[in-house]
Ligand binder design. Structure first.
Ligand code: PLP
Length: 382
């Protein structure tokens, strides 16, 4: 028996537009090999010892400078911590600020695996609706007030405001400002999943909530999962000094040292050698072409009444089906036609989203995406 190596298992004959997995052809294997060889040759002791709890200095300094360019402000040294990617960052923030039975607000639709992490911690999830402009801040205020009247206080709000998964939408500037001031009024910690910031195809990403909010109001999660490779399990957290210090001085990092230290050293070497920028620039070009190829093919092949949203960044296209159609019920037909997707209901914590579906354009080059759209059109046209 051979045990699996990867999470993704491809099925013969099916174009898998379900998952946001990277195309192996776009992974920076050579740049990582060079960085790993250099790190081991030049810094064997430093890279293989227990790391500084907040992460290795070279990577932290590079990230602080990078965020100063790609975001509204650069973090101070005590506002940033290296994590093992968004998922671990989320787990660390939740562990620090919420306990079993606490209420956490979740944007809806949302990245569907974040609620799984929250449910593992026995948190009570309450959905906050979003529309084309992103999270509905008026609805958030009403929900927060209703909870308060019922004697409950929400500990945190999780959202993906920039190139959202699954919709590709970006929270408008007006709503960003309103959300930040509402959260400050309510004493609500915003957990901002910012994983797609660098993958902007039409215009630079909007300033993060973290950069707009008063210090301490937002914990922003970033990662190399989408820009370099998910298997690295490497990311960062920018948050208020209090939260970062608690995590840096906590038992986990005291015992084990910095998270994924060797990987962080290698990625630090790749970034400081100047290999990050050209890689991300060519990744952006490749992904923009894929997005455009998928959108053009969907326009050609989907039946009338489907509404396809154009994402400004990220990995996903969100499709609304004509009224009355249920994407979960149609999945079998789509797979029989040789294409798969995730039904919209997957991304809701309450029973909604049946009329939508998510397509990922990260895994395949343009011709395969065009064929996937043709197959989807054939399945939906039946
Ligand atoms: C919005 C969002 N957050 C988090 C993740 C997972 O991030 P990581 O691999 O860094 O844990 C994904 C991956 O699809 C995602 O789309």
């Amino acid at each position: 028996m051979r045990l699996p190596t990867l999470q993704l298992a491809l099925r013969p004959g099916i174009l898998e537009l379900r998952w946001g997995h990277p195309d192996p052809a776009l992974l920076p294997a050579s740049a990582l090999a060079r960085a790993a060889a250099r790190t081991l040759a030049d810094q064997p002791g430093d890279s293989l010892g227990y790391g500084h709890p907040a992460g290795p200095g070279a990577l932290l300094e590079w990230l602080m400078a990078r965020l100063g360019q790609t975001d509204g402000r650069a973090p101070a040294p005590d506002e940033i911590l290296i994590t093992g990617g968004i998922s671990l960052g989320l787990e660390l923030v939740l562990a620090a600020c919420a306990g079993p039975g606490d209420v956490v607000l979740v944007e809806s639709p949302t990245y569907h695996l974040a609620p799984r992490i929250m449910r593992d911690r026995a948190l009570q999830l309450v959905a906050v609706p979003a529309d084309e402009q992103g999270l509905n801040v008026t609805a958030l205020a009403e929900i927060a007030h209703a909870l308060r009247r019922a004697g409950r206080v929400a500990r945190a709000l999780y959202l993906v405001p920039t190139f959202n998964n699954p919709t590709g939408r970006t929270l408008s500037g007006e709503r960003r400002a309103a959300l930040v001031s509402l959260a400050a009024e309510e004493g609500l910690l915003i957990i901002e999943d910012d994983v797609y910031r660098e993958l902007a195809y039409d215009a630079p990403a909007a300033p993060s909530l973290w950069s707009l909010a008063p210090p301490g109001a937002v914990a922003r999660l970033g990662a190399f999962s989408k820009t370099l490779a998910p298997g690295l399990r490497l990311g960062w957290l920018t948050a208020g000094r209090g939260l970062v210090t608690r995590l840096v001085e906590g038992g986990l990092l005291d015992s084990g040292g910095g998270i994924n230290h060797f990987t962080a050293m290698v990625v630090g070497a790749l970034c400081t050698a100047g290999d990050f920028d050209p890689h991300v620039a060519s990744l952006r070009t490749a992904l923009r072409e894929r997005r455009d190829a998928l959108l053009a093919a969907l326009d050609q092949h989907l039946p009338p009444g489907c509404v396809v949203e154009r994402p400004g960044g990220g990995f996903f296209v969100w499709v609304q089906l004509p009224p009355g159609l249920d994407s979960a019920a149609l999945l079998r037909q789509a797979e029989a036609s040789g294409v798969s997707y995730l039904p919209g209901a997957t991304f809701h914590t309450d029973p909604r989203g049946a009329g939508a579906l998510r397509l990922a354009f990260s895994l395949y080059p343009p011709p395969a995406l065009a064929e996937a759209a043709r197959r989807l059109g054939a399945a939906l046209g039946i």
